[in-house]
Design a protein around this ligand. Structure first.
Ligand code: FRU
Length: 440
């Protein structure tokens, strides 16, 4: 049964979509209409990739969360399906927050998400109460489980906040049982990741506190993901309110990768290494999928909570996803590469070799709004290395966006100060080339 709220949202998006003429990114998924944040339910079902997203169709700002829905066969061309979830029940009336999906052995698709209810506080304000809920469907229409929520405040370990208990990411173990990780924090907002277990994907039991922040990386840990990759265990999470640390971690909401081992006796993560997941300006709340061919593929929200209020009010949509990336571990570090499907989009090749330059150059044929560019750079004189190399994209007299590299300091900078913004928001982020100080 489709609720009135969901029916209205579906009707609205179908009608409004027609009014969005062009101006959409060519292969980054954007919302059908209105607002998009986190990727949700990234999964493979009946031969297609499914990607849901945090969605408010009625405006291009964040509002009561729905789940938008799109499918793709190649992770680059997406087809919209009708909105999958709307905040239409007593336990999720204030939002269907982030969550995940998987295909059940009988072919149905299971969605697990956070239901939000605003509860009045004694001081006159409101507080979010967050619980985990289930919906099951055929890849297009989903029915919320009668006994929702499946996890609530009673399933929290001691000291766990009921206000920050969200973003379940579930998977099936080799023995056919299910696990999920959920973001949580203690009363003083220190992030931690909880691990739950289920026999059928529907009835869940608390297993352990998988990992704890202990005051190191920001505060509440949102949108966790946990998987095995190249012989290691990887825990991804997006901490809110981070403090900067060198060039590795920037202020604000970031995404970290914790790498290590897993203790099967205590069901806890043994942390060995940490690193930032993205050094660019816009990246948050990624989610991964184990693709049928074994690749671990990640997609993230190509935005940042600190800058997302800046938008073009003429447009009826806001927010987009990153390109999907293939993950691997090399020399103990998380490595990301654009999905190989991208190669099929390449058109005419323009190639230059042995171009020697000392000043600004423009190369004929390298132009246009979409391109895939690879640059191999070598100092002409290894004894006297150049100080700075930069590529300026979309340049005219007024605008450009630059990516620069200073080999002597091993610093890469992304600068969009001249990209057309009238606001003093974050425009520049730097990182060490390769994630750590290196010499060229
Ligand atoms: C992360 C997040 C999630 C939450 C969702 C709400 O960006 O804050 O923790 O589920 O967005 O839209």
């Amino acid at each position: 049964m489709i609720s009135q709220t969901l029916r209205e949202a579906r009707k609205y998006e179908e009608t409004m979509e027609a009014g969005i003429n062009g101006g959409r990114p060519a292969f980054h998924l954007s919302p059908r209409v209105g607002w998009m944040n986190d990727p949700n339910g990234f999964s493979y079902c009946k031969g297609a990739y499914h990607l849901f997203y945090q969605y408010y169709p009625y405006d291009s700002v964040w509002g009561p969360m729905h789940w938008g829905h799109a499918v793709s066969r190649d992770l680059l061309h997406w087809e919209y399906l009708p909105a999958a979830l709307a905040p239409d029940t007593a336990y999720d009336k204030d939002g269907c927050f982030s969550g995940s999906a998987l295909e059940l052995p009988d072919g149905r698709q299971l969605l697990m998400y956070t239901g939000v209810v605003k509860e009045p506080r004694t001081d006159g304000g409101f507080q979010d109460i967050q619980t985990q809920c289930i919906a099951i469907g055929d890849g297009r229409d989903y029915e919320k489980y009668q006994q929702n929520p499946v996890l609530d405040g009673g399933d929290l370990p001691e000291g766990g906040s009921r206000n920050d208990f969200r973003d379940p990411k579930l998977w099936m173990e080799e023995d056919g049982t299910y696990r999920c990780v959920v973001g949580n924090c203690t009363g003083d907002k220190d992030g931690r990741i909880l691990l739950y277990k289920s026999e059928d994907g529907i009835h869940w039991d608390f297993l352990s506190i998988l990992a704890e922040n202990k005051g190191r990386f920001g505060r509440m840990w949102e949108c966790p993901d946990f998987f095995k990759l190249d012989g290691k265990y990887v825990l991804l999470t997006s901490p809110q309110d981070m403090m900067p640390r060198g060039f590795e971690y920037h202020n604000g909401n970031g995404t970290i990768c914790l790498m290590g081992d897993y203790d099967e006796k205590t069901n806890t993560f043994i942390e060995e290494h940490n690193q930032a997941v993205d050094y660019g300006i816009d990246f948050y709340a990624p989610q991964t999928i184990a693709a049928p061919d074994g690749r671990r593929i990640m997609i993230g929200w190509m935005q940042n909570w600190d800058t997302c209020n800046l938008r073009d009010t003429e447009r009826f949509w806001f927010g987009q996803m990153t390109l999907p990336r293939e993950l691997s571990i090399e020399n103990g570090r998380l490595i990301q590469k654009p999905v190989r499907e991208l190669e099929s989009l390449r058109g005419e090749e323009v190639r230059y070799e042995n171009v020697v330059f000392t000043d600004t150059i423009r190369l004929d044929g390298i132009r246009g709004r979409k391109m895939d560019m690879e640059i191999m750079l070598r100092p002409a004189d290894p004894e006297n290395i150049f100080h700075k190399f930069a590529v300026r994209f979309a340049q005219d007299e007024t605008y450009h966006t630059s990516v620069s590299f200073r080999p002597l300091e091993s610093v890469v900078k992304v600068d969009r100060k001249f990209s057309g913004s009238r606001r003093a928001i974050i425009h520049l982020w730097s990182c060490h080339f390769g994630g750590e100080q290196k010499t060229v």
